[in-house]
Design a protein around this ligand. Structure first.
Ligand code: QAP
Ligand code: CO
Length: 170
């Protein structure tokens, strides 16, 4: 297994649209294992393939306390979303150190394929619903800061670019 490089906002590659996965082979399994290792190492609770510069419709989540409940969603689709919305403080491995409230449907139903290409459905609420919607946005090229006001987003962009410059200087 190997750790993958996580793209940092405002990298333009975070805005690429992911294509459906069509081949379910050992290469896909290796990518999932590497993404899981990368997410647990961070540590994080969700990671989309877009964040590691692989523009395929694949995301992983583990919202358990014990870090042993990996969930894999391939070619995910939301089939139903509640009228009721909830605001949750979100973060993102591509925007480290930044957390802010985002409003989304409180409950959703989604359909996806597992690592073997088998279809399944989930009903999600709470953190699972938030995380799944957040990661699905990545596959559409959307980062959660795009829900914030232009003022907040620009402050975040400036902060991230400054950090990137400091990282390069060492
Ligand atoms: C998405 O995000 C998420 O800022 C997953 O310094 C998060 O795993 C959806 C992380 C919260 C809903 C609610 C963030 C790690 C991890 C940071 C993550 C950081 C270190 C974020
Ligand atoms: Co994210």
């Amino acid at each position: 297994m190997s750790l993958l490089n996580i793209l940092r906002y405002p990298d333009v590659r975070l805005h690429k649209i992911a294509k459906p996965v069509t081949v379910f082979d050992t290469r896909l399994k290796k990518l999932i294992a590497d993404m899981a290792e990368t997410m647990y190492d961070a540590p994080g609770i969700g990671l989309a393939a877009s964040q590691v510069d692989v523009h395929q419709q694949l995301l992983i989540l583990d919202i358990s306390e014990t870090n042993d409940q990996l969930q894999v969603f391939i070619n995910p689709e939301i089939t139903w979303a509640s009228e009721e919305k909830k605001i949750y403080d979100e973060g993102c491995l591509s925007v480290p150190g930044v957390y802010d409230g985002v409003e989304r449907p409180a409950r959703i139903k989604a359909r996806a394929l597992d690592a073997d290409g088998k279809s399944f459905e989930v009903e999600a609420e709470g953190l699972l619903a938030v995380c799944l919607q957040h990661e699905m946005d990545h596959l559409k090229g959307k980062v959660f800061v795009e829900y914030l006001s232009p003022l907040k987003r620009n402050r975040i962009k400036t902060k991230m670019l400054k950090e990137e410059r400091d990282l390069k200087r060492g």
